[in-house]
Design a protein. Structure first.
Length: 339
């Protein structure tokens, strides 16, 4: 969950509302389907499937009821492309009706005027879509879908028309590093928030690691965006454990994976996050509360694996992102690099 969010129109009381002390996660990210009509060069989901053996709508309803009983507050429906499932709106509406905050991540290609209206009526409170380059041809290449840029612009227009909040997201890579400030300005004009994700070596990105930003490139990019934000009093929230080390005024620095957030695959496997290949159990085979309360799941893996346990900032970053760790240190840790 290595992301940094810049709130243009966001809730300034977010910190107070969401700083909930909990022994188990309160936010469930759900891979609603593995099916996708795009072929992004960085997709964490990796190889796409035809959607065989995915959780049924009845399984989802039962699962959501259990998560509600356990105190979960938010559900994010991901993919693949979640709108490819014919029962998408039924399950999204059900989650909202039983009291969840419901967000979705979509590539935007299926958000027609009619579907934008249905998104609003289903009670979905936020839609995240990616803009990965300011040039249409480059965005289309990165997303692996000709015409994706034009479809994204139309999706933004359709969602704005019905009043659904929009997050524009970008996966930071070498091929778009220099245009990210331009994407930032586009998002400022057309969305409620902008979100930067660090490209991690998972899924299809394993074969495109030459695009992963270096330590200095990633640090300099975030310093640049932080300066842009401070100049215009834009609120910054981060789930990248290292960003708050650049500026003490930035809060929520630790990764929420496994602590406040968990990930459920379309087949029912439970992970810390979408990038993590480690499976802690399967909700079809075990009660979810047993998985969440297991010693394996609750052990603080980041603090235990970081090789700098005496660092005075360890409780702030919780050891960084373990998917970026090599030799026990997050390879983009400013402290780790400075010794």
């Amino acid at each position: 969950m290595c992301r940094v969010t810049f709130e243009f129109k966001g809730d300034r009381d977010f910190s107070k509302k969401h700083s909930i002390v909990s022994k188990t996660p309160i936010w469930a990210c759900i891979e609603f389907t593995k099916r996708c009509n795009f072929n992004c060069i960085y997709c964490f989901a990796g190889e796409k499937t035809e959607g065989k053996n995915e959780l049924t709508i009845e399984e989802y309803k039962t699962y959501f009821n259990k998560l509600k009983q356990l105190g979960f507050k938010q559900i994010s429906l991901l993919g693949g492309e979640p709108l490819l499932r014919e029962d998408f709106f039924e399950i999204a509406r059900y989650a909202a009706e039983i009291g969840f905050v419901v967000h979705i991540c979509s590539n935007g290609s299926l958000i027609t005027k009619d579907n934008a209206r249905k998104i609003k009526e289903a009670g979905i409170t936020q839609v995240q879509m990616n803009l990965d380059h300011i040039l249409p041809s480059e965005h289309d290449r990165i997303r692996g879908f000709n015409g994706s840029y034009a479809l994204l612009l139309k999706a933004i227009e359709n969602l704005k028309e019905v009043g659904v909040p929009i997050i524009i997201a970008t996966i930071a890579m070498k091929c778009n590093r220099t245009v990210i400030p331009e994407i930032f300005e586009f998002a400022r004009k057309n969305a409620d928030s902008y979100r930067i994700w660090d490209m991690l070596p998972a899924g299809t990105a394993i074969n495109n690691q030459n695009e992963i930003l270096s330590f200095n490139e990633y640090k300099n990019l975030n310093e640049e965006l932080i300066k842009l934000s401070k100049d215009d009093n834009i609120m910054i929230r981060t789930a990248d454990p290292l960003i708050s080390l650049l500026d003490s005024s930035i809060k929520h620095g630790a990764c929420p994976a496994g602590e406040k957030m968990m990930y459920t695959s379309a087949l029912g496997d439970i992970h810390y996050c979408s990038m993590d290949s480690k499976i802690f159990g399967n909700m079809r085979k075990q009660p979810i509360e047993n998985i969440l309360n297991s010693e394996e799941f609750t052990s603080n893996i980041l603090l235990k694996t970081c090789k700098k346990p005496d660092c005075k900032l360890i409780t702030q970053c919780r050891g960084g992102c373990y998917l970026r760790q090599r030799d026990g240190v997050d390879q983009k840790c400013w402290i780790g690099k400075s010794g």
